[in-house]
Design a protein around this ligand. Sequence first.
Ligand code: FAD
Length: 511
Amino acid sequence: MQQKPTAIVIGAGIGGIATAARLAKNGYCVTVLEKNQTPGGRCNQIVQDGHRFDIGPTLFLMPEVWEETFASLGEKLSDYLDLRRIDPTYKVHFDDGLQLELTSNIGDMQIQLEAIEITAFTGFLNYIAEGAKHYKISLEKFVGRNFFSLFDYFSLKNLPLIFKLKALGKHYRNTGRFFKDERLKAAFTFQNMYLGLSPYDAPATYSLLQYTELAEGVWYPLGGMYAGIQALVKVAEKLGVKFIYNMPVKEILAKRNQVTGVVTEDNRVFTAGIFVGNADLPYIYKELLPDPVAAKKLDEKLYTCSTIMFYWGVDKQYPQISHHNVFLAGDYKASFDQIFQDHNLPDEPSFYVHAPARTDPAAAPADQDTLYVLVPVGHLDMASEQDWDERVSRARQTVFERLSKEMGITDLESHIKFEIVYQPKVWKERFNLERGAAFGLSHNFWQVGYLRPQNRHKKYKNLYFAGASTHPGTGLPIVLLSAKLTAERILLGKGTISVQNMVNAVAAATD
Ligand SMILES: Cc1cc2nc3c(=O)[nH]c(=O)nc-3n(C[C@H](O)[C@H](O)[C@H](O)COP(=O)(O)OP(=O)(O)OC[C@H]3O[C@@H](n4cnc5c(N)ncnc54)[C@H](O)[C@@H]3O)c2cc1C
C-alpha cells in the first residue's frame, strides 16, 4: 500500500491550522507542533471569573474568505459559526468632543458627514468607490495568488495595476482628495493600524480597508473570535490532523537543499517530507534555521507597531461604551511619528476599546463588563531605552482620562476586579513575535507581493511558510489566504492538487 505523504507544521496559529487542514484534506498525514498549551496564536482568548476576552483580533472581516476555507475542507462555515454583523461598526471619538458613528446606513452617514463638512458625503461616496476598486484588484491580482518571480510580479499586465492601486501614493495624503477636515481624514485612515502601519507611510491602496468594513461588513462570531479557531481545529482534527501542544520547536535540521527534521525543546526529533513554518517568519530565520545571512537581511526590514493591551474584568456595565470604540489622538500625525520613528508610546496616544458583551452577553457575567483596550505603541528597540512599566502606566492613565472626559465614566478604576496586561515583551515571549511587532513584518510597498518573504524557502525546497509575515500579509482572512496559497504550492509540487485548482493556479501565475 502506498504511504501517505507527511507534513510537520510549526505553530498552531490560524495560518498553521488552515494549512494543516488543507494538506490533510488532500491526503497528507499532518502533525502540528505548537509551543503553547492551546491553538490560535495571536487569535487566542483569556477566560477568567466569567469574563471572556479575545486576546488579539476582534474584527471578523471578509467572511467570504472564511467561507471559502471551510468549503475547501468540505464544510459549511454557518454550521460552525453564528456570525453577527456589527453596525455601526465603530464609534469614533475625537479629542475635541466630536463623535462619528461609521455605519453602512448611507442616510446616517450623510447626516453626520455633512454636519462636519458640506462636501464630505460626496467625498465619502467617491472614497468608498475607490476603496471598492482597490479591494477587487488587490484581491484578484495581488493578494489571492502566488508570485513565482520578480518578472511575474512586475509583469507588463501588473505594472499598470500597481499605479491604479496607488501603491506608491500615501494613504493619508490621498484621503485629502476626498475630505478637507483633518478629523475626517483621520476617521478614514486610522484603520491602517490593523496592519500595524502609519497612514502617513501606508500605500493609498489601503482605502480598501474602509470599503471592506462598510460594504462587506464587520462581523463577530458568538463565542468570540476564538470560536473561529475552535471551529477550524475541529475541522482539521476531523480530517486527521494531529496537534501536539506544549511542544516548542528549537531547531530546524537541514542537509543540502532539504529540511530533514525539527528538534523540539525536549530533544525529540520529528521528521516528514514537507515542513511548514507558521511561527513568525523572521523568528524562524533567526532562531530555528541555520541561515544567518537571510536572518540579517530580515533585520533590515521594517516591522509593524506593537500594542499595550489591558484586559479588564469589570463589576459594572457601562452601556455608553459600544462594541467597537476608537479614540483618536488630538495630534494625529505626532502620534504615528512617535510610534513608528521613535518606537515610543505617543504623548497623546490613540486607542481602541472592545466591549464584546454588547453583542454577546455570554462574554461577561450578568450586569458586569468585559473590556479590552488596545493602545498602539512602538515595537521593541534594542537601540533605545524603553521603560515599559512607565509606558503601561501612562497608557492606562490616558484611557481613564478620556473615558472620563468624553463619556462621563469617572469610576471605572474602582470597578476593575482584575487586570491582565500585554505589552511588546509579552507578545515576543508568548508567541515569538520578532521585536514584539504585533502584526509581523510591515506592509509598505517594498514588503508586499513578491517583495515580501515568499512562502517557500529559496534553498530548502521542502520548507514552506504560512502566516502574517509571509505573502500576502497580516489579518485573519489574509492569513487564511496565505494558508491557501502555501497549501496550493505544496500540492502542485506533489501533484496531489485537483485538476481544477491546478488550472486556476497556473492561470493566475501566468496571468
Ligand atoms: C492586538 C491584535 C489585534 C488584531 N486585530 C485583528 C482584527 O481585529 N482582525 C484581524 O483579522 N486580524 C487582527 N490581528 C491580526 C491577526 O491576529 C494575525 O494576523 C493572525 O492571527 C496571525 O496568525 P498567524 O497564524 O500568522 O500567526 P500566530 O497567531 O502568531 O501563530 C503562530 C503560532 O506559532 C507558535 N510558535 C511560535 N514559535 C514556535 C515554536 N518555536 N515552536 C512551535 N510553535 C511556535 C505560536 O505560539 C503561535 O501559536 C490582530 C493582531 C493583534 C496582535
